[in-house]
Design a protein around this ligand. Structure first.
Ligand SMILES: C[S@@+](CC[C@H](N)C(=O)[O-])C[C@H]1O[C@@H](n2cnc3c(N)ncnc32)[C@H](O)[C@@H]1O
Length: 223
């Protein structure tokens, strides 16, 4: 079963469980890399929680989701014209300074991630930034009708080797922000558009020269 079907069938429960989750710390680590009033695309926006927060903070926000039910929820909650679209055939008529893909790329088949990263990078401004989060782990698995592409820092590198437009400049592991799921871990990644240079942070001296902020990331818990 396509993961989208799960969200169509469980939209109101999912929104109830996620709309009020406090994601402010995660958002701020992304936002500090963007200019004031930047354009942001909330990709796989779910309830519209983060699209609304970005809008209220004065950013220029667009959003999309594959599930028609989630699109309806996000539209009514954010007041933004949310589009129904899939990552796998993503295209937009404008570029964005930032793409926020919170717990959404985790439903894209791992083999499709390089192609999806390339599509997203195409609509990033020069030096644009992508935030993506995945459940921490190395499995590809199905659970209750959803496909999950779990991710570690080590699994990111081969994906980026196929996506020379992007370099990872920060990553960290966080706890699930829902109190009842505090034992679950997430891998959070920040990627920067680097104009077709070698992508991964390991062994890429040229990238480090151009972007001194590129780091190995930190395997720390970010509360
Ligand atoms: C776990 S929810 C996260 C929602 C929201 N970003 C959040 O943090 O609360 C995953 C979302 O990704 C959407 N999604 C799943 N597969 C997708 C795909 N292939 N393209 C676009 N969105 C997708 C789902 O409909 C769902 O709204």
């Amino acid at each position: 079963m396509d993961s989208t079907r799960f969200y169509d069938d469980n939209a109101s429960t999912f929104v109830e469980q996620t709309f009020n989750v406090d994601m402010a710390k995660l958002r701020s680590r992304f936002l500090k890399n963007l200019p004031k009033g930047a354009s942001i695309l909330d990709a796989g926006c779910g309830s519209g929680r983060d699209a609304l927060a970005f809008k209220q903070a004065g950013y220029d926000v667009c959003a999309f989701d594959a599930s028609s039910e989630m699109v309806a929820e996000a539209t009514s909650r954010s007041g933004l014209p949310v589009r129904q679209m899939r990552f796998e055939n993503f295209s937009w008529e404008r570029d964005f300074d930032g793409v926020w893909a919170c717990a959404s790329l985790l439903h894209v088949f791992r083999r499709n991630l390089p192609m999806v990263f390339q599509r997203l990078a195409k609509n990033l401004t020069p030096d644009g930034v992508i935030y993506a989060s995945f459940k921490y782990g190395s499995d590809e698995r199905r659970r209750k009708g959803r496909y999950f592409n779990d991710m570690t820092r080590e699994l990111i590198d081969p994906l980026l080797q196929m996506t020379p437009e992007l370099a990872m400049f920060d990553f960290w592991i966080s706890k699930d922000q829902r109190p009842e799921r505090g034992s679950e871990r997430w891998l959070n990644c920040l990627f920067k558009k680097v104009g077709g240079q070698q992508a991964c942070t390991q062994g890429s001296g040229d990238i480090r020269d151009r972007y001194p902020e590129l780091s190995e990331g930190r395997d720390t818990i970010y509360e």
